[in-house]
Design a binder for this molecule. Structure first.
Ligand code: NAP
Length: 244
């Protein structure tokens, strides 16, 4: 309890999967929350369930103007920003052979540019607050060549690069930037894969199970909290040893 007491936290993609679980866990740890999602119905429901500690803002992370509104809402309601969880993302299968400019750009707009825009938007309030913690959700597929996920995988490589490079530049301002690399996590996102694929993949995981949203949320909680005060530019793989 209270590991995030009085911290003001923005979580993107908070209407579903990992973001929704992070929202509930962080609320239980005392955080004040700005929950955002492109899916307003889902995001509003999570915020309603949490109550006074949370507000919801509809948000497309790929749009700079939307980010200004999110930060303005955070400052208006809670007066500061301490933590950003850059969690929203899109996934689809697709090999290099089928990738076109439009789909390639869309993955970069949401997964990579969205991450960058979020970091730019919170920079000023975090400087004013004397520091902050930014947690970017990359993926284990951003560490290797991944079959049949060309645009997704390459966008997640970029999230790692953004995190590492910004971590070095922002360290002197006590703004910590770290990344989480989830393995295969049981959320709506992975349901586009065929059940046979998921079953076969699960058997190949050394831990012999899919990750849960709680597995990721607890890693995010640690990186968001002051317990990780000297952790900067790090990556935590939460993957049941797939990446070991
Ligand atoms: P999820 O359940 O699909 O949640 C993602 C949320 O982000 C959804 O509510 C989605 O809305 C929202 N979103 C999509 N595009 C958006 C945009 N442009 N602006 C704002 N919100 C947007 O997926 P998840 O598994 O929790 O994914 C969370 C993060 O973990 C993502 O960055 C994902 O790439 C990463 N990740 C997931 C896995 C996995 O196995 N699940 C593995 C590695 C990394 P819609 O549903 O309306 O699209």
């Amino acid at each position: 309890m209270n590991r995030l007491k009085d911290k003001v936290v923005i979580i993107t993609g908070a209407g579903s999967g990992q973001g929704a679980t992070e929202a509930r866990l962080f609320a239980a740890e005392g955080a004040k929350l700005i929950l955002t999602d492109i899916n307003a119905e889902a995001g509003e429901q999570v915020a309603r369930e949490i109550g006074d500690q949370a507000i919801f803002v509809k948000h497309d992370v790929s749009r700079e103007a939307d980010w200004q509104q999110v930060v303005a809402a955070a400052l208006d309601k809670f007066g500061r920003v301490d933590v950003l969880i850059n969690n929203a993302g899109i996934y689809a299968q697709g090999r290099f052979q089928e990738a076109d400019v439009e789909s390639f750009d869309r993955f970069f707009e949401v997964n990579a540019r969205g991450t960058f825009l979020g970091m730019k938007a919170v920079q000023e309030p975090m400087l004013k607050a004397g520091g902050g913690s930014i947690v970017n959700i990359s993926s284990l597929v951003g560490t290797r060549g991944m079959a049949n996920a060309f645009s997704y995988s390459t966008s997640k490589w970029m999230v790692r690069g953004i995190s590492k490079c910004a971590a070095v530049d922002l360290a002197e301002s006590n703004i910590r930037v770290n990344a989480i690399l989830p393995g295969l996590i049981d959320t709506p996102m992975i349901r586009v894969n065929k059940p046979e694929f998921l079953e076969a993949f699960t058997q190949s995981i050394p831990a012999k199970r899919l990750g849960t949203t709680e597995d990721i949320a607890h890693a995010a909680l640690y990186l968001a909290s002051d317990e990780s005060a000297y952790i900067m530019g790090a990556e935590i793989a939460v993957c049941g040893a797939v990446g070991a």
